[in-house]
Unconditional design. Structure first.
Length: 364
């Protein structure tokens, strides 16, 4: 058996743990393992890799000591989706072509029997299309946003929450010293998992998430009530995908070859609060900082469990599936189910209920 591993989309702490675990589990079975550079670019554009080529043979020696490292030794990309590949014409216009069948042919030419694709919803959608065309595919859920369906958690999320919590913790001292309001914008795209968990853990006073459209006046009222009680500072945590009631999400940019980039909502909220409260409001954006650095022990362990389960899945004949954390087990769910919907924060979540019991405002 000769299998390939690819990592696509945004990086997340724990990727190298998955690569290491899957490689070691496969090698123990006598299989060969190939790593594809930068998603599927290593296969599709080998000419872009004059040094070492677009693929690398993954061995015990190659993956030794990488489990604790952030990022991915294979590289990643969130551009060039082969199912909807952008082509620019001489007049500057763009069209999109499906190059998935071509990619399946490249796997065959490379003598690859199966693929472990590690990624978020975009990479898993590509994996499902490759599976539909006959390639044996097992997906591994990867995103700091924790928004993939059918799994209780994705690796990378725990580290992101830890880093965000530490950042908010550090702002408390300067907020109290200067009687300021700090608005902390965190990643998460269209789900509020990072903002909710880090905000509650750090003791924020207001948390704004995409699942609960906010009224800026109600957030301002919460800050004024703190002033009345003698608490002259406040911390407001805002998910990048949050939006006001009857408002729109804040988008930095949207390019031909990428999903829209969210951002700027923190500054928008800060400006509104400053106008309504008369207080000095500062903004801090915890962006790509949440993706980098050493993965937490939980994310390393989850990476090991997912990577080894992916290899066992191939050994057992699974195809077109994603490994999923369904405690106490790692199970296999159809890729089509995993990408069918986004996993957002339930409004009856115990964490939301606990936050409300603490007096945290959601602006509703």
């Amino acid at each position: 058996m000769r299998i390939a591993i690819s990592t696509g989309g945004g990086d997340a702490p724990g990727l190298n743990s998955v690569i290491r675990a899957a490689t070691l589990a496969a090698v123990r079975r006598g299989w060969e393992v190939v790593g594809i550079r930068d998603g599927f670019n290593g296969l599709m554009f080998p000419e872009d890799y004059p040094v070492g080529g677009g693929t690398v043979e993954l061995t015990r020696e190659y993956v030794r000591g990488i489990g604790h490292l952030g990022g991915t030794v294979l590289g990643s990309t969130n551009r060039g989706d082969p199912t909807n590949f952008p082509v620019q014409h001489e007049d500057g216009s763009w069209t999109y072509v499906d190059r998935t069948a071509e990619l399946v042919g490249l796997f065959e030419q490379a003598g690859i029997d199966a693929l472990i694709t590690v990624g978020g919803d975009g990479s898993l959608r590509i994996g499902r299309k490759l599976s539909d065309l006959g390639l044996r595919v097992v997906g591994v859920p990867k995103t700091i946003d924790n928004d993939l369906a059918m799994t209780d958690a994705t690796f990378g999320f725990d580290t992101a929450v830890d880093v965000a919590t530490e950042g908010i913790d550090r702002l408390f001292t300067t907020a109290t010293s200067h009687s300021r309001v700090f608005v902390v914008e965190v990643m998460g795209r269209y789900a509020g998992w990072i903002a909710l968990n880090s905000g509650v853990a750090a003791g924020a006073h207001a948390i704004l998430i995409p699942e609960v459209p906010y009224d800026i006046e109600k957030v301002a009222d919460a800050i004024k009530h703190r002033d009345e009680r003698g608490a002259r500072f406040a911390i407001v945590v805002v998910a990048e995908g949050a939006k006001a009631k009857d408002g729109e999400r804040s988008v930095i940019a949207k390019s031909v070859d990428q999903a829209e980039r969210l951002g700027g909502i923190g500054a928008e909220v800060a400006a509104g609060l400053e106008a309504l409260t008369g207080k000095e409001v500062r903004t801090m954006v915890l962006g790509h900082l949440l993706r980098g650095g050493t993965p937490s022990s939980l994310d390393r362990l989850l990476g090991v469990r997912f990577g080894t389960a992916a290899v066992r899945g191939l050994e057992e004949g699974h195809r077109g599936v994603m490994v999923a954390l369904q405690p106490p087990h790692v199970s296999y769910v159809p890729l089509v189910s995993a990408i069918s919907k986004m996993r957002t924060v339930p409004l009856d979540s115990d964490t939301i209920i606990a936050a409300r019991d603490l007096g945290i405002s959601f602006g509703d």
